[in-house]
Design a binder for this molecule. Structure first.
Ligand code: HAM
Length: 462
């Protein structure tokens, strides 16, 4: 029978990549929580209207890419293609106090043509701040995104910025753009020859050569901004200048979602293939709450695609930490019960450890121990089990000496307490004790209790 595979445009996350994703998420959380953004989890699917009205019924995300379906109860639902509309919907539904500062993480779904860095299910982290219209909030949001990237060690980033104006100054600009497009409509790509009138701004976002050429001489919105929008943008720019966050102004940055007003931004990573090099983007959406039926509430945020961030890190040789291997591996050839007890004790002591199952041969268990990445194997055979002892086997001999020292201390204190520390130093002087310990370490047994204390000390700061 043929094996099932993950659907086209999706991928499975296995260690260590899955752990690197987890690392990215926790680094992100730590960063944004410093600025009082708090976790919001919303459903992975919503009433389709949330995105149709929120993102825009003419946006590509809605018209071409949205996974929408009718459920068994006849409701029109959609897998979320992005997080902003969902967070704003949740904000309106629950009416928390403003400013409302949220961060989120989760999958987003877009029916796109899959390629490196472009998935049908990708994972975003993001923040949304609702309430203030203050340009210093724009600065906070943008600097948060850049700081996160810098903290990961990413280089070759280009922060692109634009202002899309507001209800006051954008309509006259769109009219000006429309008349320019009308004059040049025959030069547009096939699709936009038909559709430029529906949403002229979309043409500025088109990646087809023909539209890119027409765009070159298109009117720029910066020449049409009203004084309030200009002032807002200028304040943001001077704050970025003051804090030495580099940016380039991109007069045609409109982004693919229709809810943006005023500030829009995107971060491109030069080490990625150009069509998929946006590792984060966002902007203001002062009309979105109203478009979703709520009170007028300004907002701004960003989202970043974790797959692309991970790819950017890999391309730049940044190795994100994965979960470390177990420290200790238990090989029990007496049936497995002893290993069950010992890993239980070791894990209670906070030692990462693993074991073999199914009562396999010693050879097979030690092979598994080698593969596990553990530093130390503990071997238990019948003899050891009877005497409550264990055998130690070093898999990575790096730090043996320190372990021997700790073992000496553990043995001394155990002997002082009148227990079986004797096993190491029967009335002996120091060199002899070392010698015995050396011997024990190689092939002989030591008491289980001593093993626990020495292992605990050994791995305490490892
Ligand atoms: P977006 O630019 O559509 O914005 O997506 C945000 C990020 O998600 C992109 O910069 C990219 O890193 C990643 N991304 C998008 N689509 C894909 C894909 N098919 N495969 C892999 N990664 C992808 C938004 O979603 C807005 N909600 C951002 C925002 C928040 N605006 C305001 N607040």
């Amino acid at each position: 029978m043929e094996l099932f595979r993950s659907p086209s445009g999706t991928r499975d996350w296995l260690p260590p990549d899955s752990e690197r994703m987890a690392y990215l998420i926790s680094a992100f959380a730590a960063q944004v929580e410093l600025a009082n953004y708090r976790l919001v989890l919303s459903p992975m699917f919503e009433d389709s209207g949330v995105f149709v009205r929120g993102v825009g019924d003419e946006s590509e995300v809605v018209t071409k890419e949205m996974y929408d379906f009718t459920d068994k109860g006849g409701r029109s639902l959609a897998l979320r293609p992005e997080g902003t509309a969902s967070v704003v919907r949740a904000f309106l539904q629950h009416n928390p106090p403003v400013p409302f500062k949220a961060w989120y993480v989760g999958p987003s779904f877009r029916y796109e043509r899959p390629q490196a860095g472009r998935y049908r299910q990708h994972h975003q982290v993001g923040i949304e701040a609702l309430g203030p219209k203050d340009p210093y909030l724009d600065f906070e949001v943008i600097s948060m995104l850049m700081n996160w990237f810098f903290s990961l060690g990413l280089r070759d980033l280009v922060l692109k910025l634009n202002s899309l104006g507001d209800d006051n100054c954008r309509p006259p600009y769109v009219r000006e753009l429309s008349s320019y497009l009308e004059k040049n409509q025959n030069l547009l790509c096939v699709e936009h020859q038909q559709r430029w009138q529906v949403n002229p701004l979309r043409v500025l976002d088109c990646k087809k050569e023909e539209c890119i050429a027409v765009k070159e001489n298109a009117p720029k919105i910066k020449n049409s901004l009203c004084p309030e929008c200009s002032m807002h943008f200028e304040t943001l720019l001077s704050c970025l200048d003051e804090h030495k966050i580099d940016y380039v102004l991109d007069d045609y940055l409109v982004r693919g979602l229709d809810y943006y007003t005023r500030t829009t931004f995107e971060v491109a990573c030069a080490s990625l293939e150009s069509s998929q090099n946006a590792i984060g983007g966002g902007g203001r959406y002062d009309n979105l709450a109203k478009a979703l039926g709520g009170n007028d509430t300004p907002g701004i945020g960003f989202a970043s695609g974790l797959e692309r961030v991970l790819l950017a890190c890999e391309t730049q040789g940044i190795l994100l930490p994965a979960v470390p291997s177990p420290k200790v591996f238990l090989a029990d050839i007496t049936g497995g019960g002893k290993a069950a007890h010992m890993i239980h004790v070791l894990r209670t002591l906070g030692i990462a450890c693993d074991r073999a199952f199914d009562n396999r041969s010693l050879k097979s268990q030690l092979r598994q121990a080698d593969k596990s990445g553990a530093i130390l194997a503990i071997v238990v055979g019948e003899k050891e089990k009877e005497a409550n002892c264990v055998q130690l086997k070093w898999l990575f001999p790096g730090d043996k000496d320190r372990f021997i020292q700790l073992l000496t201390v553990a043995a001394d204190s155990s002997r002082d307490a009148g227990t079986n520390g004797r096993i190491f130093s029967p009335e002996s002087d120091e060199p002899e004790k070392r010698d015995i310990i050396e011997r024990y370490r190689l092939s002989d047994v030591l008491p289980e209790d001593l093993a626990y204390s020495a292992i605990k000390e050994f791995f305490r700061n490892a």
